[in-house]
Design a protein around this ligand. Structure first.
Ligand code: SF4
Ligand code: SF4
Length: 488
């Protein structure tokens, strides 16, 4: 007889793990070597740029901001050394974003998560916080011992903890403080901040960034990379078999044997792996993983395990780079007795490089040929046209003149539309009525109401284009735009 099965009986609570795995604290050990030196160098460069760039001065002439990099929100300007961008030129930021995204793809296709391991702010600040922690509390073993100790807190330990958190908070505060300096003249804002005369928004931003830096770099650390950041997932979908990733060369490392046993077996002519199972690669890993288990989402590819293993290999007299930047193709080639091959130049790296070069080239070209005089015209919507008592037709426009130069300019306005039409700028009585002129102050915009009137005999029956020209009568620089002249 068939027995009816209750679906609930098919599983038990033991079949499922907990929905949330408690964090295992990671105690990365310090290490020295090539990749550690690269990381120190890049950390010093990134932090140096971030903290000190707002203090770099750039002479833009009298009355203009003298800060090399400044996001001037009240005046809607962005200054980057010799470049000054206006809100109308937001497409440069689009270009920058495209270059940044494609550069990330390019890095990924060449050397895996180079961004994550060396340049990501989370990595840089976490590394800095670890350095402070090591300096005050000691290296891996010491820190583990101190954390496990059940002794009542001694004064020495309490002072260590207080000192560590104070320095962390100081770094976090400086990080938030540096951020607001990009939005105002840095030396002035520093004075205002210390005398409590800075705008409230500056203190709010500093507070928020102090808190996020302290929490993300001091406490969350590798959890940000593993659980919060979307890039590892996206990166995994963008990679290919030729991308170089931090790889344990298991063809060389396995079978793992102790140093002593390996020497004995080699003396007997037996084949043994180079990995001596010392766990140094695991001890230095900031995400606490074992790279010998193969590619893992948690691996930020910082290369520190390469340094750790190289140090071990050097000590035991074996060739270095048992762990190194490589791919599975080469592991298989070596197993087949073939030499490894590396393909940096391949369709995807060529396409990414071409996109970066093309977008960068267009941006440079447009910057080099950028006009310092511009005009925008907006046709009145309501009414779109007016018939006057003498039969002539009048259209009204809002004209915006942009003087991006560092000096005042006298600008003449012309409009080529219906035959014999006249133009008039409201509020401007020009000595040459057919060609109104106005002064546009340096680094500013002027908005005008402009009327184009077509006499009765030349009334257009349908919409015809009107070409507006604005001319700097001193330098002869011209800017133009087109709109329409319509009949009611
Ligand atoms: S550091 Fe090298 S030798 Fe030591 S366990 Fe890791 S891979 Fe093996
Ligand atoms: S496995 Fe190696 S490369 Fe990956 S995160 Fe750990 S130390 Fe860095």
């Amino acid at each position: 007889m068939n027995k009816t099965v209750n679906p609930n009986e098919l599983t038990s609570d033991d079949d499922y793990g907990p929905l949330y795995a408690a964090r295992k604290k990671v105690y990365p050990q310090s290490v020295s070597g090539t990749f550690r030196r690269i990381k120190w160098g890049l950390m010093a460069f990134c932090l140096g740029v971030y903290y000190f760039l707002p203090f770099v001065r750039w002479n833009r002439g009298l009355g203009a901001p003298s800060q090399a990099v400044l996001i001037d929100l009240p005046n809607s300007r962005f200054y980057f050394f010799f470049i000054e961008l206006w809100p109308q030129e937001v497409y440069y930021f689009t270009g920058l974003l495209i270059i940044a995204a494609v550069a990330l793809f390019l890095m990924n296709s060449i050397g895996g998560r180079i961004w994550c391991g060396y340049l990501c702010p989370q990595t840089v600040w976490t590394d800095l916080f670890y350095a402070v922690e090591r300096l005050i509390e000691g290296d891996r073993r010491e820190r583990m011992k101190k954390d496990k100790s059940s002794d009542p807190m001694k004064l020495e330990r309490i002072s260590e903890i207080v000192l560590k958190h104070s320095i962390w908070l100081l770094i976090a505060w400086w990080t938030g403080g540096a951020w607001v300096l990009y939005f105002n003249d840095a030396p002035t804002l520093v004075k205002e901040l210390v005398t409590f005369q800075a705008p409230m928004i500056a203190y709010i931003w500093i507070g928020m960034l102090t808190a996020t830096t302290y929490v993300l770099a001091g406490y969350m650390r590798e959890q940000v990379c593993t659980y919060m950041c979307p890039w590892p997932r996206i990166q995994a979908a963008l990679t290919d078999e030729w991308a170089l990733n931090v790889t344990y060369r298991y063809d060389r490392g396995e079978k793992r044997t102790s140093v002593k046993k390996a020497a004995e077996l080699r003396a007997l002519g037996e084949q043994v792996g180079d990995c001596v199972d010392c766990y140094q690669c695991v001890a230095v890993c900031p995400t606490g993983i074992d790279i010998r288990n193969g590619p893992q989402l948690e691996c930020i590819q910082c290369g520190l395990c390469i340094d750790a293993c190289d140090n071990v290999m050097t000590k035991i007299g074996r060739p270095t780079r048992l762990i190194g930047y490589d791919n599975d193709i080469n592991i298989h080639r070596r197993q087949e007795g073939k030499p490894p091959i590396y393909r940096i130049v391949r369709p995807r790296t060529v396409v990414y490089s071409a996109i970066i070069a093309a977008v960068g080239g267009i941006m440079l070209y447009t910057l080099a040929t950028r006009s310092l005089l511009d005009v925008n015209v907006l046709h009145d919507r309501n009414p779109i046209a007016v018939k006057l008592s003498d039969g002539s037709i009048r259209n009204a426009y809002t004209v915006r003149l942009l003087n991006k130069s560092g000096y005042d300019r006298v600008i003449a306005i012309d409009a080529q539309g219906p035959v014999n039409s006249t133009i008039h700028v409201i509020g401007v009585d020009s000595v040459t009525p057919e060609r109104p002129m106005i002064v546009v102050p340096r680094d500013s915009t002027s908005e005008l109401r402009l009327l184009v009137t077509a006499p009765a005999e030349s009334n257009p029956e349908k919409s015809i284009p009107v070409r507006f020209h604005v001319t700097d009568i001193g330098l002869g620089e011209v800017a133009s735009t087109t709109d329409n002249f319509v009949s009611p």
